[in-house]
Design a protein around this ligand. Structure first.
Ligand SMILES: CC(C)(COP(=O)(O)OP(=O)(O)OC[C@H]1O[C@@H](n2cnc3c(N)ncnc32)[C@H](O)[C@@H]1OP(=O)(O)O)[C@@H](O)C(=O)NCCC(=O)NCCS
Length: 201
C-alpha cells in the first residue's frame, strides 16, 4: 500500500502472525463478545454499555465495528487463535489522521485468554502492518494511569512512554489521566513479519 490512500479508508484486511489471526467480526462472535465484555476488568477500563447484553454484542459484531472502518476512523479486528479459530480478544485502530499518517491502537483480551501474550502479540502485529505495509508514521497507545496491565502491554510491545495526558479519558467511575505511548518507524523495533490479506467482496 505504501501510504497511497485514495479514499482514506483501511481496506478490510486479515493479518496473520505467529499463532494469531486477526479478522473482521461476524455474527458468529456475538456470544463470545457478550461474555468477554461482561467481565469486570474490561468494564472497569473501557466505557462499554453496562450491563453488556446480546444486543450490544450483536451491534458491535455485525454493524458498528464495520461502520468504524468504512467511515475512515480506523479498523477493528477479532483476535483469534490461528489453529482453533477461538475468539481471544479484539484490537483496533481509531482516530486515524490520514494527513499526518497517525493512528491509535486499543484492545481488550477475553478473560479466558489472558497472560498468554495475546495483547502484546496482536499489538506488535498491528504496529508491524501499519508502519510497514501501510507506510504510517506513528502509532499511539493510551492507557489510564491506574491500568498497569495495559501499560505493561505497551512497554512489552516496545512502545515509548511520552508522558501523562491529564483528565484525557473517561471510564464508568469518572475521568482518568492517560499515559501516552507511541511507536514510530525510527524506533527500529524489529516488528514481526505480518501476512496481510485484503478481503474483497
Ligand atoms: C490489558 C489486557 C489487554 C492484557 O491482555 P493480555 O493478553 O493478558 O496481556 P499479555 O499476556 O500480552 O501480557 C503482557 C504483559 O502485561 C503484563 N500484564 C498483563 N496482565 C496483567 C495484570 N492483570 N496485572 C499485571 N500485569 C499484567 C504482564 O507483564 C504481562 O507479561 P507476563 O504475563 O509475561 O508477565 C487485558 O488484561 C484486558 O483486556 N484488560 C481489560 C481491558 C483493558 O484494560 N484494555 C486496555 C485499555 S487501554
Amino acid at each position: 500500500m505504501g501510504g497511497t490512500w485514495t479514499d482514506n479508508v483501511f481496506p478490510e484486511t486479515e493479518l496473520v502472525s505467529g499463532n494469531l489471526r486477526l479478522r473482521a467480526f461476524g455474527a458468529g462472535d456475538v456470544e463470545d463478545v457478550r461474555l468477554a465484555c461482561s467481565d469486570e476488568e474490561i468494564l472497569r477500563w473501557l466505557p462499554l454499555p453496562r450491563p453488556y447484553d446480546l444486543e450490544a454484542a450483536r451491534g458491535w459484531c455485525t454493524d458498528f465495528s464495520h461502520h468504524l472502518r468504512t467511515s475512515g476512523d480506523g479498523i477493528h479486528w477479532a483476535i483469534t487463535d490461528r489453529d482453533s479459530g477461538r475468539l481471544l480478544g479484539t484490537i483496533g485502530l481509531k482516530s486515524t489522521d490520514w494527513t499526518a499518517h497517525v493512528s491509535e491502537v486499543g484492545y481488550w483480551v477475553a478473560p479466558w485468554s489472558r497472560r498468554q501474550g495475546v495483547a502484546v502479540g496482536a499489538t506488535r502485529t498491528v504496529a508491524g502492518w501499519l508502519l510497514g505495509e501501510c507506510g504510517f508514521e506513528r502509532l499511539e497507545l493510551r492507557a489510564a494511569t491506574g491500568n498497569l496491565a495495559s501499560q505493561a502491554v505497551a512497554e512489552r510491545a516496545g512502545f515509548v512512554r511520552e508522558g501523562v495526558l491529564r483528565n484525557a479519558g473517561h471510564v464508568h467511575e469518572g475521568r482518568v489521566d492517560l499515559v501516552a505511548y507511541s511507536v514510530i518507524p525510527a524506533d527500529g523495533l524489529g516488528l514481526p513479519k505480518v501476512e496481510a490479506r485484503t478481503i474483497t467482496d
